[in-house]
Design a protein around this ligand. Structure first.
Ligand code: NAI
Ligand code: A1CAB
Length: 260
């Protein structure tokens, strides 16, 4: 059993906590100033509190507040060298956090799918412990990277779910336009993305080979693929990733300038 505190039980902290609760094997302390946020995770936590000092009793403390208040929350935390602090705030450098706590610090970029055990995450090599590796494994897949790659990870897997939701919605709209009712169209579109993602993860073939496998000669798929290949759809996705990466770098610059 690992004693884990989550400080900030909003969208991301709440998803992480719910994902960890699935195993039923941890002591989970949910910490938030907002009673409504605590209420939303109460069924998944061992205890809920608005007192950040409760984090002192945990092996691992997950700091899941907005980047601009991370510094203030860290100022109130009095952790020891035996504890590990996991910071997941976009653009907040590991050094900034490590400079404000005695705890071992690891920076990660998770995503909302932690809630269902399907998170894609990146963790900095520096500060990563086996205890944290085990927690990340429990809620999905993670890769270990140098911190300089954290901005692109933030864009690809941190912001990525929003980009994927957008694409699923476009596929759903195509189904509705063809006559499916919205609920059926959403099920078919979302399950198709889920299945396709699972295939890419499990199948040894390249994405190009997998596209070939769906395109029957003179069939339906090639007609649609020709439309996509003639469009700028791939460039739009690359541009979206680049814009999110740029913003992550901007957030980090604010910390380098000592603004936070
Ligand atoms: N939302 C997402 O998909 C992802 C978010 N992140 C990172 O997670 C962090 C949190 O983002 P969200 O969950 O989206 O924000 P959010 O606004 O949903 O949640 C933040 C929570 O922190 C609480 N809070 C504020 N001040 C506090 C304090 N002093 N002590 C304890 N709790 C306090 C708020 O009441 C709120 O429940 C950000 O740093 C963001 O960069 C990282 C990856 C994905
Ligand atoms: O949009 C954001 O800033 C956060 C970080 C990655 C996903 N959500």
């Amino acid at each position: 059993m690992t004693r884990v505190s989550v400080i900030g039980c909003g969208n991301m902290g709440g998803a992480f906590l719910k994902g960890l609760a699935r195993s039923g094997s941890h002591h989970l302390t949910a910490i938030d100033l907002d009673p409504d946020a605590l209420e939303r995770v109460a069924d998944h936590a061992t205890e809920t509190t608005d007192d950040t000092a409760a984090a002192k009793a945990s092996d691992v403390v997950i700091l899941a507040v907005k980047p601009d208040i991370a510094g203030a929350v860290l100022g109130d935390l009095d952790l020891s060298a035996e504890q590990t602090l996991v910071t997941l705030a976009a653009g907040v450098p590991r050094d900034f956090v490590a400079g404000q706590t005695e705890a071992q610090v690891v920076r990660i970029m998770p995503n909302l799918a932690a809630e269902t055990g399907n998170m894609a995450a990146a963790a900095t090599n520096e500060g990563l412990t086996d205890e944290v590796r085990a927690l990340l494994d429990e809620v999905g897949e993670f890769v270990e990277i140098d911190e300089e790659l954290m901005d692109i990870s933030t864009a690809v897997n941190g912001s990525g779910p929003a980009f994927a939701f957008y694409l699923i919605d476009a596929m759903k709209q195509g189904g509705i336009d063809g006559g499916l009712d919205p609920e059926q169209a959403e099920t078919l579109a979302a399950q198709t993305f889920k299945g396709a993602a699972e295939t890419v993860l499990r199948d040894d073939r390249s994405v190009d080979d997998l596209i070939d496998a769906v395109c029957s000669p003179n069939g339906t798929t090639i007609e649609g693929m020709d439309v996509l290949w003639d469009s700028d759809a791939d460039e739009a996705v690359v541009d979206a990733v680049a814009a999110a990466e740029r913003r992550s770098k901007e957030l980090a610059e604010a910390f380098e300038d000592g603004d936070e």
